[in-house]
Design a protein. Structure first.
Length: 157
């Protein structure tokens, strides 16, 4: 029998034996969490790994905003500029958005366990084994966070 078919059958057996019960026992917190999110925008379960929850939500929101953006913030226009250069300002805003999106994508990957923080005390071999961020990725993520803070009140549609 094909190995992948065997794996699928074993997974189906596991689902029938344990998976359904895990899902049913999780209902005791899934149902209240669902209503809490609807009522106040977040659920108690979201705070278990609040950093992972927020980075995922912010990443998805930035991607959506970038896709449906109406232009660029007026704060990008220099004060002494009489006629704003729309194309240059649009390009600058796109670069800023891309940096913020990349930062929260990396943070989201850390939150899901796909990646690990940059750990400067580990040698390169161990960093690769743990799938740590590189120094460059860590710096880019921090730059994206800084830009997010700087342009926080410009993130609207």
């Amino acid at each position: 029998m094909n190995n992948s078919i065997k794996e699928k059958l074993n997974y189906c057996k596991w689902l029938l034996r344990y998976g359904i019960w895990n899902w049913l026992t999780d209902l005791k917190w899934r149902v209240p969490n669902y209503f809490q999110r609807g009522w106040r925008g977040w659920g108690n379960a979201d705070t278990w790994e609040f950093d992972a929850y927020l980075s995922k939500i912010i990443y998805q929101g930035l991607v959506h905003l970038n896709k449906h953006k109406p232009g660029y913030p007026i704060t990008l226009v220099p004060e002494n500029e009489e006629e704003p250069d729309y194309e240059a300002n649009e390009k600058k805003w796109q670069e800023i958005m891309n940096k913020m999106i990349s930062a929260f994508k990396l943070a989201s990957e850390i939150g899901t366990g796909e990646r690990e923080f940059y750990l400067s005390k580990l040698n390169e071999k161990h960093q690769k084994e743990l799938n740590c961020l590189t120094k460059e990725e860590d710096d880019a993520m921090n730059e994206g966070f800084r830009l997010f803070t700087e342009h926080f009140f410009n993130l609207w549609d």
